[in-house]
Write a protein that binds this ligand. Structure first.
Ligand SMILES: Cc1cc2nc3c(=O)[nH]c(=O)nc-3n(C[C@H](O)[C@H](O)[C@H](O)COP(=O)(O)OP(=O)(O)OC[C@H]3O[C@@H](n4cnc5c(N)ncnc54)[C@H](O)[C@@H]3O)c2cc1C
Length: 421
């Protein structure tokens, strides 16, 4: 990231924010104030740290340790945990805004934060009645634990979330688990990994559970290093995972329910918010390029200005998509039938596919505005890293796989054309 971080500008205007301050609906004045202070801390302190190290994180394909130290210092890893367990109980829209703000400054920081929160959502939404998991959530807040995810598997599973080859092998009160071909972002840095597996080694591939295993309970054998085009700081190495833990660490809900009732929405909304942040920063760079051109030739409209007008429309549509998805989720939350309905599944899968397409398209259009200055790596209008990072969005669970899964539902689905739906 260039020295021209967006932080200063973000402090002055809400143009790039998903949620202009004061939009906290139905909250008390004190809660709105706390939310404003929190987001201001993210903008003025944590984003600065993320921006200062973004280029090195990308060049060296290393975890954004500095930004995560700042996030931990501000207590933001336990932000989703309910207040009765010591957390801030932040709603999804606030967490989406933080993902976006971070990604405007360092895409990898934004994505790692999003992935951590997606894992936190599985515990908050499905394990509040379980004593071990309640204790773990308290620890998440007190110790600012970082959660990783191991859903991907080798042996033909790939990104097929609802299939596992490996199984929970319970012997009395302890289970053993070995999972091969896992791609685990920041696997080395994570304090705990939430891992999917068949309920037993003999269960069918889709009869899955998710277990929380802490760093002292497993080993990770590195099988492939993450040397990629973009999102290099996520350090998503491939590993063979092997470990053992008490059976109480298996989340009581089935993974089918976790995937449908919370993970689908949290993953697709928080990923989308992160990609929005990358795109918003590309638009910011195009905008500053047009402003500089206007200053150089007073009295003329720079040629890129019309494209910028188009670009701002596209960014607005992207923002509206995320806000509508959050609204849809908030309305469905707590209603398992609605969350599992075909219309909800189609809508939230559409969020992921559309958001990934929007991010890549917006950055490519910003390229046309900035021209050679966007193409250079040493320019304040450089867009190379934005494009490389955003390219991961289409294949982070391949869009073709998602559209293929959705198409399987369409023979029995009739869409609702109502604007009020
Ligand atoms: C930045 C980043 C971070 C990640 N972090 C993690 C992590 O922490 N933990 C984790 O578990 N995973 C992680 N992943 C991996 C991710 O979850 C997917 O496993 C990975 O993107 C591969 O997805 P895929 O199998 O859908 O597609 P790919 O392996 O890319 O491709 C599968 C191929 O199958 C095709 N295909 C199309 N439709 C179907 C269908 N219906 N069925 C089968 N194949 C189909 C696709 O077009 C494609 O050609 C990460 C990925 C990225 C990019």
């Amino acid at each position: 990231m260039s020295k021209r971080s967006t932080v200063g500008r973000l402090a002055e205007t809400d143009a790039l924010t998903l949620f202009p301050e004061g939009m906290a609906k139905g909250n008390s004045k004190a809660a709105r104030h706390a939310e404003r202070v929190l987001l201001q801390t993210v903008r003025s302190e944590i984003c600065k740290v993320a921006a200062a190290h973004a280029a090195h994180v990308d060049e060296d394909a290393r975890f954004p340790v500095e930004a995560f130290a700042a996030l931990k210092k501000a207590g933001l890893l336990g932000i989703m945990v309910p207040s009765e367990l010591g957390g801030m109980e932040a709603p999804i829209r606030v967490i989406a805004e933080i993902c976006s703000l971070l990604a405007q400054n360092c895409s990898s920081t934004g994505m790692c934060y999003a992935m951590h929160q997606i894992k936190a959502s599985s515990l908050v939404m499905h394990a509040m009645d379980d004593e071990w998991h309640r204790g773990f959530m308290r620890r998440m807040v007190a110790e600012q634990l970082l959660l990783g995810s191991a859903t991907t598997e080798g042996g033909g599973v790939g990104g097929d979330l609802r299939t596992s080859n490996c199984g929970i092998d319970a012997q009395g009160s302890v289970f053993a688990l070995r999972k091969e071909g896992c791609l685990i972002s920041y696997g080395i840095q994570a304090d705990a990994i939430l891992i999917t597996a068949r309920r037993t080694p003999e269960s069918p591939p889709s009869d899955q559970v998710m277990a929380v295993m802490t760093r002292d309970q497993y080993t990770l054998e590195l099988t492939q290093v993450w040397n990629t085009l973009g999102m290099r700081g996520t350090c998503s190495n491939n590993f063979t995972f092997e470990g053992a833990a008490p059976v109480e660490q298996v989340i009581p809900a089935s993974f089918a329910d976790i995937a449908a009732q919370s993970m689908l929405a949290y993953a697709h909304i928080l990923w989308a918010a992160t990609w929005y942040g990358i795109a918003a920063n590309a638009v910011y760079r195009a905008e500053t390029f047009v402003h500089a051109e206007a200053r150089r030739r007073p009295g003329t409209v720079p040629p890129g200005a019309m494209r910028l007008a188009e670009l701002l429309n596209s960014l607005q549509q992207f923002r509206a998509l995320i806000l509508a998805s959050i609204d849809r989720y908030e309305r469905a939350k707590g209603d398992p039938d609605e969350l599992s309905s075909i219309s909800f599944v189609v809508a939230l899968n559409g969020t992921k596919v559309s958001a990934s397409e929007a991010a890549c398209d917006i950055i490519q259009h910003a390229f046309l505005i900035c021209g050679i200055h966007g193409y250079r790596n040493d320019s304040p209008h450089s867009l190379g890293r934005h494009l490389r990072d955003a390219m991961s969005s289409r294949i982070m669970i391949n869009n073709d796989r998602i559209l293929g899964n959705v198409s399987n539902l369409l023979s029995v689905y009739k869409h609702n054309p109502s604007l009020a739906a």
